[in-house]
Design a protein around this ligand. Structure first.
Ligand code: ADP
Ligand code: MG
Length: 377
């Protein structure tokens, strides 16, 4: 379908089509920029990029979200702040590739996506990773998925100006179908942890609360700076280096406003360890870990909102095994682990709770652990 849209916009065929998925993080939130651990799965929903290289140095960008519009940029003149709106993500990828010394130039790029934007499912990383994978493939750059993830993160940090950690890009690049990805953000070591909810009689629901966050608003940067300040005061390279056994003593040495941040990060890393131990043996046992993770994000890290809190509370009250917000917070999505037989009832209960509270109706989907970025054709 979109190959025809590409022809209509650019007057020739794309050289290929690439896809990169959105993600749901099962547990391990706000840990990546503390050099810690996380456990995302890739979604079936992807951002797709149709790409054809150009030899005149122009980068021409179109998205099916803005029909008929083409953003045209001069690759040699790319600089942070030099691309408006969504075009900054793909332009940032081309900019970082060039800064890393790769001889890449312009292209015609069409984007289509079924990852909802701003819903905490990481459409931004999927967009970066789809374009990065296309460029790496077309130019034969020979980069590993982890290297591309780092470049995509740098594009978002330095070109778009969002100080995100690396988990989203690693998930979009490196996840495998039928597995969760255990990520150590310090050295980007990954391990595939087999996870097939259906085979275990379980369903993962993703509840998009329709409250769309804006991580560029400074709240995320402030949290990140608070964590870095706490680590410095404790004389540690990062909060990941604080063992749970030393937590209470460490909290006593910190100013009151930093204590809840540190408590969240240290207990969250511990929850990832527990979840990894349980995922293969007894995935249903993950439920209480998810709910405990949400309480920590709500009460200590303070990044939840009334809608995500309500989704979690109403899902658990209706019989879900556990639930938590996923992604950076301030809205976005909630992941719910539920037994197959109870999934419809839990989804209905969440929808009813939103209606009773006067919130916009949530969108609820089932998530299946899917593959990372790849060439489609
Ligand atoms: P999230 O990553 O949680 O979806 P972000 O705010 O990080 O939220 O990224 C959302 C942004 O990504 C959008 O505002 C838009 O700029 C860009 N984006 C995502 N999907 C598309 C798309 N299909 N077409 C154009 N831009 C997109
Ligand atoms: Mg994002």
């Amino acid at each position: 379908m979109s190959a025809a849209v590409f022809r209509g916009l650019f007057g020739h065929d794309p050289e290929g089509e690439w896809a990169a998925p959105g993600r749901v993080n099962l547990i391990g939130e706000h840990t990546d920029y503390n050099d810690g651990f996380s456990l995302p799965i890739a979604l079936e929903q992807t951002v797709r990029a149709w790409v054809r290289r150009r030899d005149d140095g122009l980068l021409r960008l179109a998205s099916t979200r803005t029909p008929g519009r083409v953003v045209e940029l001069d690759v040699a003149a790319l600089a942070p702040g030099g691309a408006e709106g969504w075009a900054a993500y793909p332009a940032g990828v081309v900019w970082t590739l060039r800064r890393a010394g790769h001889a890449v130039g312009g292209a015609d790029v069409l984007i289509d996506s079924d990852v909802p934007a701003g819903a905490g499912l990481s459409s931004s990383a999927a967009l970066e990773c789809a374009v990065a994978t296309a460029y790496a493939d077309l130019h034969g750059l020979g980069l590993e998925p982890g290297e591309l993830a780092l470049l995509a993160q740098r594009a978002e940090n330095e070109f778009v100006g969002v100080p995100c950690g690396v988990m989203d890009q690693m998930a979009s690049m490196c996840c495998r179908a039928g597995s969760a990805l255990h990520l150590d953000a310090r050295d980007l070591a990954t391990r595939d942890i087999p996870f097939d909810p259906a085979a275990a009689g379980l369903v993962l629901l993703v509840v998009d609360t329709r409250v769309h966050h804006d991580l560029g608003d400074g709240a995320y940067a402030a949290l990140r700076a608070g964590c870095e300040r706490a680590a410095a005061l404790l004389g540690l390279p990062a909060l990941r280096d604080l063992a749970p056994a030393g937590l209470d003593a460490a909290l006593g040495r910190l100013p009151a406003e930093l204590r809840p941040l540190v408590r969240h990060v240290v207990t969250e890393d511990e929850r990832v360890r527990q979840a990894v131990d349980l995922l293969e043996k007894d995935p249903a046992a993950l439920g209480p870990i998810l709910t405990a993770g949400h309480a920590s994000l709500r009460d200590d890290y303070r990044v939840s909102c009334p809608e995500t809190d309500l989704a979690v509370a109403s899902a658990v009250a209706a019989g879900a095994l556990g639930a938590r917000m996923t992604g950076g917070g301030f809205g976005g999505s909630v992941v719910v682990l539920v037994e197959q037989g109870a999934a419809a009832e839990v989804a209905d209960a969440v929808t009813a709770a939103f209606a009773a509270a006067g919130h916009t109706a949530p969108e609820i989907h089932t998530a299946t652990p899917s593959r990372g970025a790849h060439r489609v054709r």
